[in-house]
Design a protein around this ligand. Structure first.
Ligand code: DMJ
Length: 629
């Protein structure tokens, strides 16, 4: 009755008010719903990501997207596609989807800041407008708008930008210091020898001014690509790139070792692709990745050691059907990254299956693994010998590094890693006399041996990396003790260079040092492990003594292994400074790893290959860390 008495205007006002209140109600209900939703998601996420490992505290976020379809075929690459891509404003996306021209010759690298920009240059709206026509990349390469990549929406999700990116871009460039210049000089000298006498071949023989072949795939050149990029050696890089473009052919009737070609060739190509954004390297990586896949066609899916990359056949070594444990478990970072980049999950599936299988295997000793695994039965063989050296070393390294690469979610990897380090502490750690150096020995059939390979010196760096990523501080303590030991393996020797293997004295004897060297073990192959660990230790502690130790080592390499006509050589006798007996061989890892880690060790720029954004494969090729899914 009252409603009818109201005027039309009054009725409209009342109706409007009702409608308004109803809309407000819906909005407030929805916004109440959101926090509840996100809370639920967060806790589920946490359940997934938070490892159930005591003493673990996650500190650093991962930075790249998890595997997703990227560029599935050649036609998807702007440079290779005949179709012109739509003009886009230049955008600096992740390096993994950025295709640029290789560095220009006429622009010289002046600072490390340039290198840092590779992955971190910010995308600022106003900057974009100003530079709509041309973009100067980190090393002065010009990116024309036509050469930009497709819009990320069509293929790749825009990666999350780390929040520190803009702040970093404001930072002053860090100039290259004298020690780094000395590394550049050493690299150039090594490269001169390779270029003059071994160009396009696997390894330089600097004394006989010739070369040796292993796979016939230009191993040194590929291993050295990203080192040249990091050191800013543009002319050398460009020349090498041309060789890759014109002469690197994988369609060859040749047997290659799966592990070695994965860590050096596939790893080298993938990291060079990430640093340069040049799709040539991704194309080559896909090619070799596909050609290595036949190795996984075994009864157990544990891969064979050798593959014929031309014929597509694989086989174990002639004398056995076993594979080496470190080899089958240290190809994962590379194959997983190949899947992420190509969107083809077969690579990741194959290597993940190996890890899952090894995770469940019996025959481990408190997390320590034997050295061999059978490709038919999938079981460990030669049980009862446990080492962190040859044939097992990088199994431990890749447990931690895969966990980091994948965004710290794959708990089985972390569990195996933590258990293994406990196993090391329980069975393999001892202290030498007289200096009480902590070292990692071996266990053979229940007997402890005070033998330590130089290869084991990767461990301090790996332990430090784990501690940096939130694992227990005990690991850092152990890392500090072990890197001291690794340094002493150089310092206590006549040439100041470490032998391949040392034996530690467990009992004090008059006139005896901690380190004993057997005649068969006194060679030095220019290996990287100690400088690798020095690099991690300096990055995480800032203690300059690590730089000084590395500097001593570089000087001794120069003194005893440098060949005047170009190149460096392995030597036979680290105990004889007047004749160290040059072996006439420069291993590819001297350029791929040793000099790269030296350069990074002497740098004070933590953004020069930032360890919260990259994880190094076991051949020192940096690969991006993914963002948690
Ligand atoms: C390299 O090929 C790799 O570092 C591998 O993990 C061990 N051996 C050499 C360097 O010593």
């Amino acid at each position: 009755k009252k409603w009818k008495q109201l005027s039309r205007l009054q009725r409209s006002i009342i109706l409007f008010l009702f409608a308004f209140l109803a809309v407000c109600g819906v909005i407030s209900y929805t916004s109440m719903e959101e926090p509840w939703k996100s809370l639920t998601n967060k806790s589920l996420d946490e359940q997934r990501t938070e490892p159930e490992i005591p003493g673990l505290k996650l500190v650093n976020p991962a930075v790249l997207p998890a595997p997703q379809k990227a560029v599935a075929n050649t036609g998807d690459y702007p440079e290779l596609s005949t179709q012109k891509q739509p003009k886009l404003p230049h955008v600096r996306r992740s390096t993994s989807d950025l295709h640029i021209k290789p560095p220009r010759r006429d622009v010289r690298l002046k600072t490390q800041h340039d290198a840092r920009r590779t992955v971190e240059e910010p995308v600022q709206a106003d900057k974009e407008k100003k530079m709509e026509k041309t973009v100067i990349s980190w090393r002065g390469a010009v990116i024309e708008p036509d050469q930009s990549t497709e819009p990320p929406s069509s293929k790749i999700k825009e990666p999350e930008k780390p929040s520190s990116v803009e702040a970093e871009a404001q930072k002053e460039p860090v100039p290259i210091n004298e020690r780094q210049m000395a590394v550049i000089e050493a690299f150039r000298h090594a490269w001169k020898g390779y270029k003059d006498f071994a160009w396009g071949h696997d390894e330089l023989k600097p004394l006989s001014k010739s070369y040796s072949e292993w796979f016939g795939l230009g191993l040194t050149l590929i291993d050295a690509l990203d080192t040249m990029w990091i050191l800013g050696l543009k002319e050398e890089f460009e020349e090498a790139r041309k060789w890759v473009a014109n002469d690197l052919v994988f369609d060859k009737n040749v047997d290659v070792n799966l592990f070695e070609s994965t860590i050096r060739i596939l790893g080298g190509l993938l990291s060079t692709y990430h640093l340069s954004g040049d799709s040539l390297f991704l194309e080559k990586a896909k090619d070799i990745g596909n050609r290595l896949m036949p190795a996984f066609k075994t009864p157990s899916k544990i891969p064979y050691s050798d593959v014929n990359i031309g014929r597509g056949t694989a086989h174990p070594p002639r004398w056995t059907s076993d594979s080496t444990v470190a080899e089958v478990t240290s190809i994962q970072l590379e194959f997983r990254e190949l899947s992420r980049l190509t969107g083809d999950e077969k690579f990741q599936k194959a290597v993940d299956e190996v890890m899952k299988h090894v995770h469940t295997l019996s025959g481990k000793n408190d997390g320590l693994v034997p050295m061999f695994i059978n490709t038919n039965s999938g079981q460990f063989t030669h049980l009862s010998v446990y080492t962190l050296g040859a044939r097992a070393d990088s199994y431990y390294e890749y447990l931690l590094k895969q966990w980091i690469q994948g965004g710290k979610k794959e708990n089985e990897l972390l569990e195996d890693y933590m258990r293994a380090i406990e196993g090391v502490k329980k069975h393999l750690l001892q202290r030498s006399q007289p200096k009480k150096l902590t070292f990692v020995g071996e266990l053979a059939h229940g007997h402890f041996s005070a033998k330590m390979d130089h290869l084991v010196c990767f461990l301090p760096g790996t332990l430090a990396l784990g501690a940096h990523n939130g694992l227990t501080a005990d690991h850092m303590k152990l890392a500090e003790a072990l890197i001291e030991t690794c340094y002493q393996m150089y310092a206590q020797v006549e040439t100041g260079l470490s032998p391949e293997i040392v034996h530690f004295n467990l009992h004090a004897q008059k006139g005896h040092k901690d380190v004993e060297i057997k005649p068969a073990d006194r060679h030095n192959l220019l290996r990287p492990e100690t400088v690798e660990s020095l690099f991690y230790m300096y990055r995480f502690t800032g203690d300059k003594k690590y730089q000084d130790w590395g500097w001593e080592i570089l000087q001794n390499f120069n003194k005893y292994t440098r060949v005047p006509t170009g190149g460096y050589t392995s030597i036979n006798n680290v105990q004889n400074p007047s004749n160290p007996e040059p072996r006439d061989k420069m291993e590819s890892f001297f350029l791929g790893e040793t000099l790269k880690y030296m350069f990074l060790l002497f740098s004070d720029d933590i953004d020069l290959i930032n360890l919260d954004k990259y994880v190094f494969n076991t051949e020192a090729h940096p690969l991006p860390i993914w963002v948690p899914a």
